[in-house]
Write a protein that binds this ligand. Structure first.
Ligand SMILES: *Cc1c(COP(=O)(O)O)cnc(C)c1O
Length: 401
């Protein structure tokens, strides 16, 4: 693997990779296995299930069960000099019920499974829109560093599935506690995340009524994330923010296995075309997609091959092997990727909180140092991916008191 960016990555240096294989969207899309109609079908599924979600989770009543986040325009943030005032923030940290971007993909996959078992939700007048007995005897399993487990566990158990979440040992304790309080079985694995996923996959394969949510290769996750594209394009239009050849938009997406940012990037490019430039931002200690993309080897490569440990304060991004699915779909579409240090992410958490009061977790704040590193000439949009559910005791360690 002799490539200048690989040497930076191996040395854990913060770096930028620009994609030499990027091509116009119109040229790439016809060759992909996923099309516009697939994303539209995912959006329709989320709408179909919205009344059920509003019934299960009182906090969704106001939106009729639609789970969406706000788009904000940020002021200049004094302690983040590389991030210009007017930068946009997509606040997936505030997504209700699951508190992270996983509410998009994770919920969509759980609903797709429920629909395969029980058919589309009925909701005829006067009756409950959902009967948990519809999925009696069925179970869900997932391997997770934390947030995916939260989203699958919270919705899955609310619908009546038995849910098992396989977690790496370094997953946050509060996430394990919260899941157990909802009746989810949490299995802790001594090894890293990849091993937790493998173990979960192996156990689920033994049970035909168990669906394994495969973070490294799931279409349902990917499509759920992609729904964000059209919705965000609408929010930009509502604010009269043009995105076109004269007004490009650079979007910074915190990246773990790549399914979340990959799906969002795909959806954005479907909605807005070549004027949107998507960047994957990864921790220096857990570069996965950037390695898969730069080498063209996708899921066949791991940062562990370079001796990189995957240990980072950004637990949502603590992944060393990229999603093969996301890599192969995005290889000709993304603008590039960059790596950022733990210190930069924690500094961004503190600076953003001080200036705006918005609580982000380090994974959710990675886009900020990403903007500073790439320094795009055009307007930037930072995709904040998580943070609103982090307990206060945990949050204070990042903001210093
Ligand atoms: C999962 C997650 C991501 C990245 O999603 P991937 O699909 O793993 O790439 C980013 N931020 C947060 C907070 C997450 O939980």
């Amino acid at each position: 693997m002799a490539h200048p960016v690989i040497e930076d990555i191996r040395a854990l240096r913060e770096t930028v990779w620009r994609n030499p294989r990027r091509k116009p969207v119109a040229q790439v899309l016809p060759r992909l296995d996923v099309r516009r109609e697939d994303v539209a079908a995912a959006a329709a599924r989320l709408e179909r299930w919205a009344p059920v979600l509003a019934h299960l989770f009182p906090e969704l009543e106001a939106t009729g069960g639609i789970i969406e986040s706000s788009l904000r325009e940020l002021p200049e943030i004094p302690r983040l000099p590389g991030v210009p005032g007017g930068t946009l923030l997509k606040c997936d940290n505030e997504l209700p019920v699951a508190g992270s971007i996983k509410a998009r993909g994770g919920f969509h996959e759980v609903l797709a499974v429920a629909e395969r078992i029980a058919g589309p939700p009925g909701g005829s007048s006067g009756t409950l829109p959902w009967d948990p007995r519809c999925v009696e005897g069925y179970s869900l399993a997932v391997g997770s560093t934390g947030n995916l487990g939260l989203s699958i566990g919270i919705l899955g158990s609310a619908l009546g599935f038995r849910v098992t979440v396989h977690m790496s040992a370094d997953a946050r304790q509060w996430k394990k506690n919260l899941l157990r309080a909802r009746g989810v079985e949490v299995v802790e694995h001594a090894g890293d995340y990849g091993l937790a996923v493998d173990e979960g996959r192996r156990r689920a394969a033994e049970d035909p009524r168990c669906h394994f949510v495969d973070d490294e290769n799931s279409w349902e996750l990917f499509l759920g994330y992609a729904v964000a594209g059209e919705r965000t394009a609408r929010q930009l239009a509502e604010r009269n923010i043009p995105v076109d050849a004269d007004h490009p938009l650079d979007v910074f997406l915190p990246c773990g296995v790549g399914g979340g940012p990959g799906g969002v990037a795909f959806g954005l490019m479907l909605a807005l075309g070549d004027a949107v430039h998507c960047w994957f931002v990864e921790p220096t200690h857990a570069p996965a997609m950037i390695l898969g993309l730069a080498t063209g080897r996708h899921g066949a490569v791991s940062a562990a091959d370079l001796g990189i440990d995957g240990r980072t304060v950004a637990d949502g991004l603590a992944v060393v092997r990229p999603s093969h699915l996301a890599g192969t779909l995005l290889e000709n579409l993304v603008a590039g990727g960059c790596t950022v240090s733990d210190n930069e992410m924690v500094a961004a958490v503190a600076a953003v909180y001080q200036a705006t009061g918005i609580p982000l977790e380090p994974s959710g704040a990675a886009g900020f140092p990403g903007v500073a590193r790439v320094a795009p000439p055009s307007r930037a949009l930072v995709w904040a991916t998580g943070g609103s559910m982090v307990p206060r005791e945990e949050f204070v360690q990042w903001i210093g008191g």
